[in-house]
Design a protein around this ligand. Structure first.
Ligand SMILES: [Zn+2]
Length: 399
């Protein structure tokens, strides 16, 4: 009987993770697109290993979340572990040196859209899954693969609802976003909105007979800027973020067709990044009151069908630092890294945290390469991630 050395095994494991990452990159799962074939690919691999799984969908069944479980073989009081990643990638722009959907290895890097953000992590978990399935696990290991994280976390909330129904609310979740395997334990929220103004068109020579959507939108923007100053004043004393307060930004104002025409339509894209949930509530309340009690009555005086409608593009809740985080401590005990950092990007972490799951953001690759032309992951990062997954196995078998 041939017994392979551990070294060989880890080399095989690494090669397999590269192979799986290559496959995953070939699925063009740009946010908003159909991701069923990638999910089928992941599901099949896990089912073959004896996992059970369920899927949750968007309203058209076009985009899908997968949640698969390798059940514990021995009972213990250990919390289940959730390995979580998003399956979507951001669109590609021109200028790539290689085909973004064909993984290409050059020297110590693997290039391709999603290589670091974040199919690298998913590939590692799938490569490691056979080892989990062969082990005498004394806790469940879950695999959570969501859709459309990049567009304001549209997929994860649908999955979270299902987890609540199935009473999967007590676990440790590792979100493998690219952090160079560092421990991230907090980030601000990210709330995006578009507000639509509908007025009444008319000739510019008689402004009193029309309702200029552009002018009302401008006043709305002014209100937003005024509220931005209030958010600064509300900055928590012990804020861990930079800047320490909730921010607000106007991304665009679109409206009007000509100098001499009163614009009947205008819309404003804006976003806020709250350091605490209460800031987002405060901001929206102040803003909605202003729109409904000041602007809208004025508009309706001239045109009864005038309207102001605020569309929620996405509300990614913040990820709050916890005094004692089981998830962070687990990673620290495995990697020896005791540092805790915050990041400026949003993740699905707050959604898991909100239902009581101890959560940490930690994964292979660097955010520096995410969303960019020639995105890559340093191959060594995959090895580090596989090592972490090995550590999790050690912590998930009975002695
Ligand atoms: Zn990501």
């Amino acid at each position: 009987m041939l017994i392979m050395s551990t070294e060989n095994n880890s080399e095989l494991l690494f090669k397999n993770s590269v192979k799986i990452l290559t496959d995953l990159i070939s699925f063009k799962t740009i946010s908003g697109e159909d991701n069923n074939s990638l999910i089928d690919y992941c599901d099949e691999k896990l089912i073959k290993l004896g996992a059970t799984s369920f899927r949750t969908f968007d309203e058209h069944g076009k985009r899908v979340n997968l949640f698969a479980t390798l059940k514990a073989k021995n009972s213990s009081n250990k919390k289940p572990i959730i390995l979580s990643g998003h399956t979507d990638v951001v669109p590609v722009s021109k200028g790539w040196a290689t085909d973004p959907f064909t993984a290409t290895i050059k020297e110590d890097k693997l290039y391709g859209r999603g290589s670091c953000d974040m199919k690298g992590f998913i590939a590692c978990t799938l490569a490691f899954a056979p080892i989990y399935s062969r082990s005498n696990l004394d806790r469940d290991i879950h695999f959570s693969f969501t859709f459309d994280e990049e567009t304001a976390c549209q997929g994860a909330p649908i999955l979270i609802e299902e987890l609540k129904k199935r009473n999967i609310k007590n676990g440790i979740c590792i979100i493998g976003e690219p952090t160079n395997m560092k421990i991230i334990d907090a980030h601000k929220g990210c709330y995006e909105y578009t507000t639509y103004f509908k007025g009444l068109a008319g000739h510019s020579s008689a402004p009193h007979k029309g309702v200029s959507a552009v002018e009302y939108a401008s006043r709305y923007v002014n209100k937003l800027i005024e509220l931005r100053e209030k958010l600064k004043e509300r900055s928590p004393q012990d804020s861990i973020f930079d800047p320490p307060y909730s921010t607000l930004s106007i991304g665009g104002v679109f409206g009007g067709i000509a100098h001499n025409v009163i614009a009947d339509k205008c819309h404003v894209n804006w976003e806020t990044r709250p350091v605490v949930k209460e800031d987002a509530i405060f901001l929206n309340q102040e803003l909605d009151t202003y729109a409904n009690e000041v602007l809208l009555p004025e508009m309706k005086k001239v045109f009864s069908n005038a309207s102001i409608e605020k569309e929620i593009i996405g509300e990614i809740i913040g990820f709050d630092r916890e005094e004692k985080s089981e998830a962070c401590e687990l990673i620290s005990s495995l990697t020896g890294d005791n540092s805790r950092q915050v990041v400026s990007f949003g993740t699905e972490a707050g959604l898991f945290q909100e239902i009581g799951i101890s959560t940490v953001v930690c994964g292979p690759g660097s955010i520096e390469q995410a969303h960019k032309i020639d995105e890559f992951i340093v191959l060594d990062e995959l090895k580090k991630c596989l090592k972490l997954l090995e550590g999790i196995k050690e912590k998930s078998i009975s002695n």
